[in-house]
Design a binder for this molecule. Structure first.
Ligand code: GDP
Ligand code: MN
Length: 401
């Protein structure tokens, strides 16, 4: 599996998140773009796996659908010659733990005979700001291994996003990798073009086919799929948003997404809320620096109206590990008085008992502090600086926890 960061910080300052699709979903997108895949069915029980195998006829592969690679090595992919065997294999694979992912879904597909295994991927190369194809005839294995042991076997080719994909680029990929059969050359070059169209159409960050197989009959087909999209693009792509599996993600993060809150669950006790990704990240760091453990990353964003604060607090306090909350607000577009109103509104609506430390600075900070002071809530503590605020929150979290 190609390594890529789960996080990146785009120029706009909002956090973008990589959303991985399941193999079967990626293959559905491939199919829609004319990339050949094997016919298959989804199954969530051994009986359904048997029925799927019956429908497909002949030998099938039973494939664990989890959002992690290396399923083959982990025993998550097995061949079955008959429906009865498919049921038995499904029974073995369902419930299996593959690197922390419990198998709940299976993809049953018609088994392929494999003559050769190639590798094809398309990523967005951030250093050149261009999509980057990688192709090698040494597929099926971990691509990092190929890159390390035989770098010359890995063909790299950038596509200028303004010019788009040209057929000669597909031909160069196959020639440079040493694919000799004209039939394979033609099919792979065409697949590269279609992969580029899918990558662009779904605003993907990664499309990886490992292995891209050649059958004994000389047919080229995508046997696996890793498709990663940027969740900032999902609002434009409802069909992909639908594919995103809320159940597979952290339930708090799922709730946050529903509410439009930028939230990442971490492992500690101090709930962190800031405005702007940069400030929020610094706040997470400062809490760690003073000896605390952040429970989350939560960015109110540029607006930070009262309702946004209420939504964010609802997500943060849903985490049972949280025992204190630190608000670090530097008002700009965000007005501190609005944030203060949000905090008070949340306290009214939700009856939050955890201590809340608030540091307000910038636009309307005085007004915000005055509102908090007047409300005189016993669990709301104002601090003047980020460092003092972090110290206080960590101290209170320790006392409460
Ligand atoms: P991964 O281990 O998570 O990358 O899962 P893959 O879908 O790439 O499958 C792993 C390996 O299982 C492949 O490289 C193939 O060698 C094998 N495999 C998967 N599907 C088939 C199939 O239809 N027929 C055969 N013979 N092998 C398969
Ligand atoms: Mn694979």
């Amino acid at each position: 599996m190609l390594a890529h960061g789960r996080w990146r910080l785009p120029a706009a300052g909002r956090l973008a998140r990589a959303v991985d699709l399941y193999e079967y979903q990626g293959k559905e997108l491939f199919r829609r773009h004319g990339i050949p895949v094997s016919e298959g069915r989804l199954a969530t029980s051994p009986a359904a796996a048997r029925a799927a195998a019956q429908e497909l006829g002949g030998a099938v592969v039973v494939k664990a659908q989890v959002l992690t690679g290396g399923r083959g090595k982990a025993g998550g992919i097995k061949l079955a010659e008959s429906p009865a065997e498919a049921e038995a294999r499904a029974r073995e694979i369902l419930g299996l733990d593959i690197r922390g992912h419990t198998v709940q879904k299976l993809w049953i597909e018609r088994a392929s005979d494999i003559e050769r295994e190639y590798y094809l991927s398309l990523t967005f190369d951030r250093s050149t700001k261009k999509p980057l194809f990688m192709f090698t005839t040494q597929g099926g294995v971990d691509i990092e291994e190929v890159a390390a042991t035989s770098p010359d076997a890995l063909v790299r080719l950038h596509v200028d996003p303004l010019e788009g994909f040209h057929p000669w680029q597909g031909r160069r990929l196959v020639y440079e990798a040493g694919v000799e059969s004209p039939g394979e050359q033609k099919q792979i070059a065409a697949i590269a073009g279609r992969l580029y169209a899918a990558f662009l159409g779904y605003e993907a960050m990664l499309c990886e086919v490992n292995p891209l197989i050649v059958t004994p009959e000389g047919e080229v087909r995508a046997l696996d799929s890793k498709f990663t999209v940027d969740d900032n693009a999902l609002f434009r792509l409802p069909e992909i948003a639908e594919m995103r599996d809320l159940a597979a993600a952290d339930p708090l993060e799922a709730l946050a997404r529903e509410k439009g809150v930028t939230y990442v669950k971490l492992d500690g006790e101090v709930g962190v809320l800031g405005n702007g990704a940069g400030l929020t990240m610094s706040t997470v760091d400062v809490v760690t620096f003073v000896g605390g453990r952040p429970a989350n990353f939560c960015d109110l964003g540029g607006g930070g109206d009262a309702q946004g604060v209420v939504d964010a607090l609802e997500v943060i306090t849903r985490d049972p590990q949280v025992s204190a909350i630190f608000f670090n607000i530097f008002g700009g577009i965000t007005r501190c008085d609005e944030v203060a109103r949000g905090i008070l509104q949340a306290l009214e609506q939700m009856g939050i008992e955890d201590p809340i430390v608030v540091r307000l600075d910038g636009t309307n900070a005085e007004e915000g502090r005055r509102l908090l002071q007047e409300a005189a809530k016993a669990n709301v503590h104002a601090e003047a600086t980020m460092l003092e605020g972090a110290r206080r929150a960590v101290e209170l979290a320790g006392a409460a926890g």
